[in-house]
Design a protein around this ligand. Structure first.
Ligand SMILES: [Zn+2]
Length: 223
């Protein structure tokens, strides 16, 4: 096991990276929510990350330092490469690999990482469309959340947000409904839910017509 191996610290750096990738302002409460950790636990890890020089705080906002960003990118790269290995080489369906990759990412050495890059043909994104940092993987700046799409328009799914990646059940549904990275989605209509708290989107893919709620539609990035 590599020296300085701290899964929880790495998990925090990874989450900070994912949140900034989705353009979210990062505050401690958001970290607690995402990681499902208690406020005191989050406070303790945040304190350690500040001491180690991985993050700074501006008011309540948490910012990754250059060192922290590098460490975060390394964990995220290993995670997304592990997902590629699991889908492309081992043949596991894309809706199942996120959790497994979460275990592997902490034990992949630089040598093994290099081998995975070679064997998977230097991929630029994970199987869910999220760019692999350091491998020319860049976010498409034209992409937006499907929830903001217009009725009767067809979009291409560019990526599934990391927050949804850990929800295997929903991913399984999306898979069955043909809502797959790089495939087209026709947004047929948008209506308010019965209790008026969210929107329901009727979408059509090659697998048929289905209805998704706004929580899911917020995590589907399209172009
Ligand atoms: Zn992924």
């Amino acid at each position: 096991m590599p020296i300085g191996f701290h899964p929880s610290v790495e998990q925090y750096l990874e989450t900070l990276y994912d949140l900034s990738e989705d353009g979210e302002i990062i505050i401690q409460a958001r970290l607690a929510e995402r990681l499902r950790h208690s406020a005191p636990t989050v406070s303790a890890v945040v304190k350690k990350l500040i001491q180690d020089g991985d993050i700074t705080k501006s008011g309540r906002t948490i910012i990754l330092t250059e060192q922290g960003l590098k460490r975060a990118q390394s964990v995220v790269r290993k995670h997304r490469l592990a997902e590629r290995l699991l889908t492309d080489i081992l043949g596991i369906e894309w809706y199942l690999v996120h959790e497994e990759a979460g275990l592997l990412e902490h034990v992949i050495s630089d040598r093994v990482e290099q081998k995975i890059i070679e064997i998977t043909g230097t991929p630029s994104t994970c199987p869910h469309g999220n760019p692999i940092p350091g491998l020319q993987g860049k976010r498409n700046t034209a992409e937006f959340r499907l929830i903001h799409g217009q009725e009767h328009k067809t979009y291409k799914l560019s990526r599934i947000g990391e927050i949804l990646e850990s929800d295997t059940q929903t991913l399984n549904l999306l898979y069955n409904w043909g809502i797959t990275p790089s495939k087209n989605i026709l947004l047929k209509s948008k209506t308010k839910s019965d209790d008026d708290t969210s929107q329901l989107l009727t979408v059509q893919t090659i697998k048929g017509i289905n209805i998704i709620n706004s929580k899911i539609a917020e995590q589907l990035w399209v172009i």
